[in-house]
Design a protein around this ligand. Structure first.
Ligand code: 9MG
Length: 267
């Protein structure tokens, strides 16, 4: 899953698809084409930054950023588009514009989100986040981060199933970096096997995140090797218990190369 941020302020690639404060459509098209060439299977399109401290935008701003781009991309490219949103209005419009998956960092907890997701009939990714992006890194606390996150995802999953979303349309994501310290993230990383045993595909988003910056003392533009290493290690962990994984990454080519080398050695 390749990250396509149509945002001016995302933590690692914010503003890259803008020219003079406007979305640069040619750049978006070239970027998506490259991601697909590099073997991305899913393009995850987001219009609102969820980095720590991010300022929320209005629903209309999010619609204006995401929907016209998604309409264009889904007509132009024969690939899977996921929409990274928590807004029911955006979910409904994204469905009409050609989205195939809803990726919600708030696990459909916003008012009306669960009903909207159900109405679209699209698969959903439920992610764990403690508090919202604005305050989530202010002293996050857990009894036991692995069981707290697994229990949260299990509850949300059961609520979605009770509402009518089929179980096999639900993906789970521990939400690395969303209301977690480095120790929490490392514990969750070890606990990926337990999460994978829930029998849902696991979405892992570690690419360029601060956890890697903290381990390596590296700025965001110097986290490629750490990101690829984490992608490979998380895949190995999840596969070791027969699970399946979707890696949400910025660097498609490099991640795919690491996976290809690993697969070649497994033959
Ligand atoms: C939108 N977004 C940013 N980070 C993410 C992550 O780790 N997982 C998912 N599902 N979405 C994310």
């Amino acid at each position: 899953m390749a990250v396509l941020n149509i945002t001016p302020d995302s933590f690692s690639d914010g503003g890259q698809l803008f020219s003079q404060k406007e979305i640069d459509i040619d750049k978006v098209l070239r970027t998506v084409e490259a991601m697909i060439d590099e073997s991305a299977d899913i393009i995850d399109l987001g219009g609102e930054s969820t980095r720590p401290g991010a300022t929320p935008i209005t629903v209309q701003q999010e619609l204006d950023r995401v929907i016209p781009v998604l309409e264009l991309l889904s007509k132009r490219f024969d690939t899977i588009f996921s929409v990274d949103t928590s807004s029911p209005e955006v979910m409904l419009e994204a469905d009409k514009a050609g989205a195939h998956l809803i990726n919600d960092v708030r696990a459909l907890r916003r008012e009306g989100a669960l009903d909207a997701a159900l109405e679209t009939g699209l698969p959903v990714c439920l992610m764990h986040m403690q508090n919202g992006p604005k305050s989530m890194q202010h002293n996050p606390q857990y009894q036991n981060v692995v069981s707290d996150v697994i229990n949260f995802l299990d509850r949300r999953k059961l609520q979605c199933i009770a509402a009518g979303i089929p179980s096999d349309q639900i993906l789970l994501d521990p939400g690395f970096g969303f209301g977690k310290t480095l120790d929490h993230n490392l514990a969750l990383f070890s606990g990926l096997t337990q999460l994978a045993e829930q029998n849902h595909p696991i979405v892992v988003g570690l690419s360029r995140k601060s956890m890697i910056g903290q381990i390596l003392d590296a700025e965001v533009n110097d986290r490629l090797i750490g990101s690829v290493t984490m992608a490979l290690l998380s895949t190995q962990k999840i596969f070791s218990v027969g699970g399946s994984v979707i890696l949400r990454v910025h660097d498609v080519k490099e991640t795919k190369q690491a996976l290809d080398v690993w697969h070649a050695t497994e033959k």
